[in-house]
Design a protein around this ligand. Structure first.
Ligand SMILES: Nc1ncnc2c1ncn2[C@@H]1O[C@H](COP(=O)(O)OP(=O)(O)OP(=O)(O)O)[C@@H](O)[C@H]1O
Length: 793
């Protein structure tokens, strides 16, 4: 087959992007060829055609983003190859280059993204140490995590809901298995080798400036190289890396994030959604991060709480401040789009509108004494105000983006165009007079340009300088030297306007880039202000209290579950007191009485306090926990070959390994997934271990045998949930009281759930016949105490 120069160009470029679908700009279409065409046709449901024997599928250039989104969501990497020259200006084959490689984790375009972060993670491993660099290209955020703990790495990848993994070859298959829905790509060692990438990207004199380990630096270098490869640029928009370590933050395991329903996920209602009354997308993203990483330093926590308190105490200013914040736009992402030359005129308008608010915000800030004055580039506001239309239409080049008055030269061309109509009218009049043809008409069409139209009946009156252009049924069209000159001028003006507007828009963007540092700092400050003021707003709206901290006391009076209370009428408040002497609580109680809700609420109140939030309680005195662990619910991991019980024991093993005397451990029905005897024995042994360790534990269980722990360990207190029986009806009061549950009321709950009466009656029969002698004795269940005489202590 003879290969045309165009095809040769395609094949050469495709060779460099073998692992991507190449979308090749041809006129008004992006075309895919060969195997790419088959995929594109199938995924996008568009016709597969042929061009010189090559299978081909094309998408209109103006609809690129819509189709691109579908391809990327279907798990493909897409390279966009653009025309680098104006087709009209080049007679030869025009230059084409790949201008962007799109992967799920390297998206900056607004229409692809939701408000939340879109993280890609570069993962590496060396001698048993794992390093992960998370990057949201759309905001420039970079987070670094390093640990020998594989599980911690996996937990973070899960908690951050990453959209893409980039890793060394040897990690690819295991990460793919763990994260089957995530686009995973391996990169060669070469990516990790050039530490100069870090120096260059951050303009550093000394690579040790960031205090990162050699492994972390290598992984950061790989990230930088990869982002450069996808964005096809040397200028990156990356914030300095933030080290996520247990020293400064709680790193929650993914089971705990899920068990406490901290962020949106499969479980629906969650803490983030309740607290998220932020006014800006930047604030919403930061709030989520704060929830995922509560602080562990008391001083830092108290600083945040004090800020929230001041805002709570000045409601008028708080409201005013939130009003202003509601007009603040996503500056963080705008800066990123400008940096990657992917901004649209509206971005610059949004930026200006935001900057215009800052002086007003600064006025309010002085009332609080919490925040520093916000710095912002005043000269940029002036430039944006002068340069960009308030309501720009279309893209730069269409003539409706740059404001009049900004460039005299551009305005001159525009005037020329705007007066063209009048000039044409004058010309038409003049020609009518000159020729005496009253029906003579001057017009324009896309193909033939300007013309003078004369009906056939008047053809004998046309002057010599009329040059024939087009013949119609009833008329002829002509051009004169004067009209030709006018046409050339108009065409040149149109072209010049297009060029100039593009250039001017670019130059304004360049000015914005110069202020990148200040703008990014501003977006950070705005996000923080938004979150703190939201926490204050939540505190007022939901009637939260400021927690105080103590060394080892955990005392909650009138505590509520922040999420359940939002969706339950008459939520019943509960108290708890724990300290070093009384640090292990066993909670027994009927099904559905509120045990799980209660222990979760203690966890959530502690966590909220450590992010700097007020808490749902009348009074809360809390220790600063180093970690919060949970073991709750029944989950299996069939894909990973783990049964429900194995998952439960795996999670428990991790808690036993990692918890310290400063940890909070919440256990819900541990040991339930196996035989009762084995379950009770394991639960007992685990309890012993945790009591000795010294951490604070709340253990909700149906194993009433565990209440016997109280007899052997002074640290243990038994709690139960009060149930009232009124005739045949059982009333769950949801009130936590001292003591031990005497019954589970499982059959009553089964009845409520709709199990047929005949089965319910049979269950009562069985209960009566088999367990009658064992159930109530001194008001306590001691069936197992009788069968298993003594638990080892
Ligand atoms: N303090 C409370 N005030 C009002 N309603 C509550 C309270 N606690 C729990 N509930 C309601 O009771 C329901 C059951 O609570 P929860 O799941 O905590 O019970 P449980 O004792 O752990 O049950 P099981 O042993 O069956 O798991 C909750 O969904 C909620 O609607």
């Amino acid at each position: 087959m003879k290969v045309t120069p165009l095809m040769e160009q395609y094949l050469r470029i495709k060779e460099q992007y073998k692992d991507s679908i190449l979308l090749f700009r041809l006129g008004d279409f992006y075309e895919a060829f060969f195997e790419d065409a088959k995929i594109v046709s199938k995924v996008l449901n568009i016709v597969l055609t042929r061009r010189q024997d090559a299978p081909m599928a094309g998408i209109p250039y103006h609809a690129l983003n819509t189709y691109l989104k579908k391809l990327v969501e279907a798990g493909y990497k897409v390279a966009i190859c653009d025309q680098m020259e104006e087709p009209s200006k080049s007679k030869k084959l025009i230059r084409r280059e790949v201008t962007r490689v799109v992967t799920p984790g390297s998206i900056v375009e607004d229409e692809f993204l939701s408000e939340t972060n879109n993280y890609m993670a570069v993962v590496s491993e060396e001698k048993g140490r794992y390093c992960t660099v998370f990057c949201d290209v759309s905001t420039g955020e970079v987070l670094v995590h390093e640990s020998s703990d594989e599980q911690e790495t996996l937990d973070l990848l899960k908690n951050y809901s990453i959209s893409q993994i980039v890793c060394s070859e040897h990690l690819k298959s295991s990460l793919r298995e763990r994260f089957p829905g995530v686009y995973t790509e391996s990169i060669s060692e070469w990516y990790f080798s050039d530490l100069e990438e870090v120096e260059k990207a951050y303009n550093l004199k000394d690579i040790h400036h960031f205090e990162l380990s050699p492994l972390a630096l290598k992984t950061l270098a790989a990230l930088i190289k990869y982002v450069k490869y996808t964005m096809i640029t040397e200028d990156l928009n990356l914030k300095p890396p933030l080290l996520i370590s247990q020293r400064d933050y709680m790193i929650l395991d993914s089971a705990t994030v899920e068990n406490l329903s901290l962020i949106p996920g499969d479980r629906g209602k969650n803490l983030f959604d309740v607290l998220n009354n932020t006014e800006t997308p930047m604030g919403a993203r930061l709030l989520k991060k704060w929830i995922l990483h509560p602080l562990v330093d008391r001083k830092q926590i108290e600083e945040r709480l004090e800020a929230v308190e001041r805002l709570v105490n000045d409601r008028v200013s708080l409201e005013e401040m939130r009003n202003f914040l509601s007009n603040v736009r996503d500056v963080e992402r705008i800066v990123s789009r400008v940096e990657y030359n992917r901004s649209v005129p509206r971005d610059l308008v949004a930026l200006r509108e935001t900057l215009e608010i800052i002086p007003k915000l600064n006025e309010i800030l002085s009332n609080f004494g919490v925040f520093n004055k916000l710095a912002f580039p005043e000269e940029l506001v002036d430039l944006l105000r002068r340069a960009i239309e308030d309501d720009p239409l279309g893209s730069p080049g269409e003539g409706k983006v740059i404001k009049r008055g900004f460039s005299p030269e551009l305005d001159e061309y525009r005037d020329l165009l705007e007066h063209a109509e009048e000039r044409l009218k004058e010309f038409e009049e003049k020609e009518r007079e000159r020729t005496g043809i009253q029906k003579l008409r001057v017009g324009y069409n896309q193909v033939f340009g300007y013309y003078i139209e004369v009906t056939k009946a008047n053809l004998d009156k046309i002057p010599d300088d009329y040059e024939r252009k087009q013949t119609l049924v009833n008329s002829e069209r002509f051009i004169t030297p004067e009209l030709k000159e006018f046409e050339t001028k108009i065409m040149a003006a149109k072209e010049r306007i297009e060029e100039m507007e593009k250039e001017l828009f670019k130059s304004v963007c360049e000015e914005v880039k110069k202020h990148k540092e200040v703008l990014l700092k501003l977006s950070e400050d705005l996000a923080k202000m938004d979150v703190l003021s939201t926490l204050a707003y939540d505190a007022i709206l939901y009637n939260y209290t400021k927690p105080v901290f103590s060394e080892d006391r955990l005392e909650i009076k009138g505590g509520r579950h922040p999420v359940v209370e939002r969706f339950t009428q008459n939520f019943v408040e509960n108290d708890i007191y724990m300290d070093n002497e009384k640090r292990f609580v066993v909670i027994t109680g009927p099904n559905m009485s509120g045990k799980s809700t209660f222990i979760r609420q203690v966890g959530l109140i502690s966590l909220m306090a450590q992010i700097g939030s007020f808490v749902p309680a009348q009074k809360a005195i809390l220790p600063v926990f180093d970690r919060i662990f949970t073991r709750m619910g029944a989950r299996d991991d069939l894909a990973g070959g783990r049964s429900t019980f194995l998952v439960e024991m795996n999670e428990m093993a991790l808690i036993l390994l990692k918890s310290t005397e400063k940890s909070l451990v919440l256990l819900d029905e541990v040991g339930r997934g196996t035989s009762t005897q084995d379950g009770v024995s394991i639960a007992w042994a685990i309890s012993e271990e945790l009591i000795k360790r010294g951490c604070k534990v709340l253990f909700a269980t149906h194993f009433t045998e565990l209440t016997e722990l109280e007899k052997h360990f002074p640290q243990v207190q038994n709690k139960t949930i009060l149930v009232k029986e009124e005739g045949k009806n059982v009333i769950f009061t949801h009130k936590v009281v001292d003591g031990v549950a005497d019954r589970s009321y499982g059959i009553e709950v089964a009845k409520i759930a709709g199990i047929p009466d005949r089965v319910i009656n049979r269950a009562y029969e069985i209960l009566e016949r088999n367990f009658k002698n064992h159930t109530k004795k001194n008001g306590k269940s001691n069936r197992f105490s009788q069968q298993i005489p003594l638990f080892p202590v």
